[in-house]
Design a protein around this ligand. Structure first.
Ligand SMILES: Cc1cc2nc3c(=O)[nH]c(=O)nc-3n(C[C@H](O)[C@H](O)[C@H](O)COP(=O)(O)OP(=O)(O)OC[C@H]3O[C@@H](n4cnc5c(N)ncnc54)[C@H](O)[C@@H]3O)c2cc1C
Length: 288
């Protein structure tokens, strides 16, 4: 690995200042993607800026009005262990417990998962389904971007030069809401999703009143499929409605064939994973 300088600023303005003065610098949260990429030579850095000492990036707060704030450097194990997240956002606690294994979860952050912008990233479809937004800071101040607009290409995101992700904001789910993320992996754990489906639904009097569906590993970026959620709204909760939404999600997918599976296999899995995730989300919504 090529040698680099390391710094760990204690404030956000300091981190932004470093990024502005050294545009080739790389940000490090848990490092579970970055260090692998630096070692393999896929990425290079003269300076690595460790963001873990910045208090705002370590915030993990829930407010019933404002929703959930996940600081960009919060490691997955804190989400898994958080009682409010377990009760209000069980799907998020599950995703955090599926990223890598115990050691990885001690370092890896959801912020890093998002910024790495892998088409297969496990947290992103669920964040999209939950209507989450990214809070970004940079030399021009702060701005907010919907998660479905954050990734722009494999490994690329919306962040401009000098900008960094501060936190992810997830709105408090409406009453009778449920969410789920399911992925298909050839092994039981520590594998990259062949297909993942993140869904969130709200139900009133047996009818869907809101739904959002997103997929991973079937397009150059995590794929939001608004039409699949829209197809559920106004429909009674019944297997036919779930299957129809799953078919729309499947049609939107444009996967490639690779060593993990053919495009046709991935297409098939889109419908299966979406329908199964919807079944879990419906059960959760009915229990809420
Ligand atoms: C053994 C192993 C298993 C894994 N299993 C999974 C899995 O099951 N599912 C999955 O989705 N991923 C998996 N990963 C990938 C990785 O662990 C996740 O993507 C993780 O969430 C990355 O978080 P991090 O904090 O380590 O990010 P880092 O490696 O620190 O950063 C990732 C990228 O984002 C940038 N970055 C980090 N923070 C910011 C910020 N605040 N603002 C702007 N840019 C930033 C970095 O510069 C880097 O380019 C695995 C990795 C390993 C090594």
């Amino acid at each position: 690995m090529k040698a680099f300088d390391y710094t760990a600023p204690a404030t956000l303005p300091e981190a932004v200042g470093l990024l502005v003065s050294q545009p080739s610098a790389r940000l490090l949260a848990g490092g579970t993607d970055l260090i692998v990429q630096l070692r393999s030579g896929r990425k290079e850095a003269d300076l690595v800026i460790d963001i873990k000492k910045i208090p705002e990036l370590n915030a993990l707060d829930f407010d019933p009005i404002a929703g959930l704030t996940i600081g960009a450097a919060v490691p997955c194990y804190r989400l898994t262990a958080h009682l409010v997240i377990q009760s209000h956002f069980p799907a998020l606690a599950e995703v955090a417990s599926w990223i890598g294994g115990t050691q990885i979860q001690g370092r890896a952050s959801i912020g890093g998962n998002l910024c790495n912008a892998a088409p297969s990233a496990d947290s992103i479809p669920l964040l999209i389904a939950l209507g989450a937004t990214a809070l970004i800071a940079g030399p021009g101040g702060r701005r907010t971007v919907a998660i479905e607009d954050f990734c722009t290409a494999p490994g690329r995101n919306q962040l401009a030069s000098g900008e960094l992700l501060v936190s992810i904001q997830i709105p408090t789910p409406a009453p009778h809401s449920g969410a789920a993320y399911l992925r298909f992996i050839p092994r039981n754990e520590m594998d990259i999703a062949v297909v993942g489906a993140g869904v969130a639904v709200t139900i009133a009097d047996g009818v869907f009143t809101a739904a959002r569906i997103a997929l991973s590993a079937v397009a150059p970026t995590p794929l939001f499929v608004p039409a699949a959620g829209a197809a559920l709204v106004g429909q009674p909760v019944a297997p036919a409605a779930l299957e129809a939404a799953a078919q729309i999600a499947q049609s939107a997918a444009a996967p490639i064939s690779d060593m993990r599976g053919t495009a046709a296999y991935r297409k098939h899995l889109c419908a299966v994973m979406t329908r199964r995730a919807l079944e879990i989300a419906v059960t959760r919504a009915q229990e809420n």
